[in-house]
Design a protein around this ligand. Sequence first.
Ligand code: ASP
Ligand code: MG
Length: 414
Amino acid sequence: MKFGGTSVADAERLRRAAQRIVAKREAGNRVVAVLSARGRTTDFLIAEAQEISPNPDPREMDMLLSTGERQSCALCAMAINDLGHRAISLTGSQAGIVTDTSHTKARIVEVRADRIHDALDEDSIVLVAGFQGVSTTKDVTTLGRGGSDTTAVALAAAIGADICEIYTDVAGVFSADPRIVPGARKLPVVSFEEMLEMSASGAGVLQLRSVEYARNHGVRIHCRSSFEDGPGTVVVGEEETVEQPLITAVTHSTEEARVTLKGVPDTPGAAGRIATVLAEGNVNIDMIIQNEPVTEGDRADMSFTVPRSDLGDARAALAPLAAELGIEVHTDEAMGKVSIVGAGMRSHPGVAAKVFSTLGDEEINIEMISTSPIKISCVIAGDRVPGAVQALHAAFALSGSETIQAEKPFGRFT
Ligand code: ASP
Ligand code: MG
């Protein structure tokens, strides 16, 4: 069981989470629970660091940020003990979560769960601080924002759990953000492949890495509300999904920035060098477009998007190379992205046409496009994102019973 920050934000909610954990135990299960930092604790800790230092040392940042999750676990253990059960809280390190050494974005390399097994064998409920581990060089690390989801999935895989339940402040995974589309539908089942595309394109409900990890290790995720009972959304392998809608969801992000490089030398190796400096600067690049010059010998233009929070790093990483190669760097900070995701589009023509004409009818200009077999993404102006999400959700009738089903395997979309 994993509880997100809002689910443990105040004393009453934390007690309610403790009661849910105890109820699971009393139903005859052995329970490991992963907790996030309470409310906006992580944001406050980041702000505190920035007040002290404009560019905090990443190692020390991890020492600081990892405390939020520890607080939640210690407090929850107290609450569970008061309910007459035995609970033990563990840091990520104590729980055996071993990561690589990239501070603030570490990846789990191994889980040594023997201490968890011992505690379970002693009949304890085990509470593990999410979002953190210990590096191969014995430093405390954190797993990137939203990383408690990945802690939960990794532990579920390591101990062979029946299910990884992610308790959150929404009732499951929806066909669009309900704050933008009030009629959005809660999806009973989503495949790993679709969920990966959704998390990668802005659905905040599950951290992308947690879905990757779940797919690679075959961990069943049940994403559900911590405030109400009833089923949420189950994320499973595609072979287990019974219906295959043409389009499953519309996702969006308003946190994008675009970098345009003008005058890239049109020679083999230029793109490789650009991508390499960005990778070394730990910048995640998303959509990439390169235009070959029309006339031989001219220079090329290259654009790509990055999370807005990575824009400063991107600029810094590119500066020396841009100076060396005579490239001009332009940036747009207020970009957004809207995507449609659906396993059914694999075998159905016409989806892209419908997406582009829907945006065209709304007078929304598409600035960049990228696709995968089950996703189409368009970069648009940040302030047009809500309108684009509403229009696409309506165009593909995602609100409910009238959802267009793709006939497996080769139906035709009309
Ligand atoms: N507390 C961390 C964050 O806010 C990790 C998490 O909640 O999953 O990103
Ligand atoms: Mg989260």
